[in-house]
Write a protein that binds this ligand. Structure first.
Ligand code: ATP
Ligand code: MG
Length: 260
């Protein structure tokens, strides 16, 4: 894994990204299961508009960040004085706190979808800053990213210090991972990046095959897990997967490598 690695920030922000369907939400859900045992104060951000993470964790959304944004826009239109503006900026943190769903030591925040036309960039900036503030109240923040490269391109996740780039064994998955890591190298050169190979065949050959192709290093492999697939088919939360599941064991190892 590349990156500085030597600093030990008071709070950490880890982002999971990769091609659509590569296993981002699966990885974050299994990480959440491990973190629940430790009781570490963790913020999970579902940055995928389809809110797959909350679903995988068996939780319901209170309010999404997109809905908060709508509310802020409505209020911003009524701003008359500088005082109103300051008050609104101050209340965004409060709105975000209200949107958090709690489970054990975990707090979940769903980004949701931006509805309607128009560019709300100033409000997006306000919210991004508020999210950055929010993450300071937690030991660890893990972001389940949107598929592909857009959020990285737009530097939505500018404070991330560690990137886990997930790929399945498809060529497209791997090419997307490489593209993502190039962008991270360009936009966030001081952060650490590593590859997670999902749906590995269990023979253990993948890290050796992929390592020379992905210069940032391989964090680990999550095997194809029949029990996990059954949970998914039965719409059961992945948090309930037993510790004996090979995928859970693999994620535990990856977390060890990340120092989580
Ligand atoms: N190791 C695994 N073993 C078995 N099934 C898996 C494994 N990893 C992922 N899957 C299944 O593959 C599908 C896609 O996984 P997941 O939703 O985690 O991908 P994603 O990258 O979050 O997708 P999206 O880009 O749509 O958000 C799910 O049905 C999931 O259950
Ligand atoms: Mg997902």
């Amino acid at each position: 894994m590349n990156g500085t690695g030597n600093e030990s920030p008071l709070f950490r922000i880890v982002a999971v990204c990769g091609k659509g369907g590569s296993g981002k939400t699966t990885l974050v859900s299994l990480m959440a299961g491990v973190l629940l045992e430790t009781g570490r104060r963790t913020l999970l951000i579902d940055a995928d508009p389809t809110a797959g993470l909350l679903f995988a964790l068996g939780q319901k959304v209170n309010k999404t960040v997109a809905e908060i944004r709508e509310e802020v826009i409505r209020r911003a239109r009524r701003i008359a004085t500088e005082e109103d503006r300051t008050e609104l900026a101050g209340s965004i943190d409060y709105f975000l706190m209200e949107a958090l769903v709690e489970k054990g030591g975990l707090s979940l925040l769903s980004m949701g979808r931006q509805e309607g036309p128009g560019c709300f960039c100033p409000v997006n900036d306000l919210l991004r800053e508020a999210i950055e503030t929010l993450s300071q109240h937690f030991d660890l923040t893990i972001i389940d990213g949107e598929a592909g490269i857009e959020q990285i391109n737009r530097r939505v996740m500018r404070r991330v210090d560690t990137w886990a780039v997930v790929t399945d064994r498809s060529r497209r998955g791997f090419e997307t991972a490489r593209l993502i890591s190039d962008l991270i190298g360009r936009f966030a050169p001081s952060s650490a990046t590593g590859l997670v190979i999902n749906r590995a065949d269990g023979t253990g050959v993948e890290p050796g095959c992929y390592a020379p192709l992905f210069s940032q290093g391989v964090l680990g492999c999550i095997p194809e897990d029949e029990e996990l697939a059954t949970f998914d088919r039965q719409w059961r939360p992945l948090l309930e997967l037993p510790a004996t599941s090979p995928a859970v064991a693999a994620v535990r190892e990856i977390m060890g490598k990340l120092g989580l």
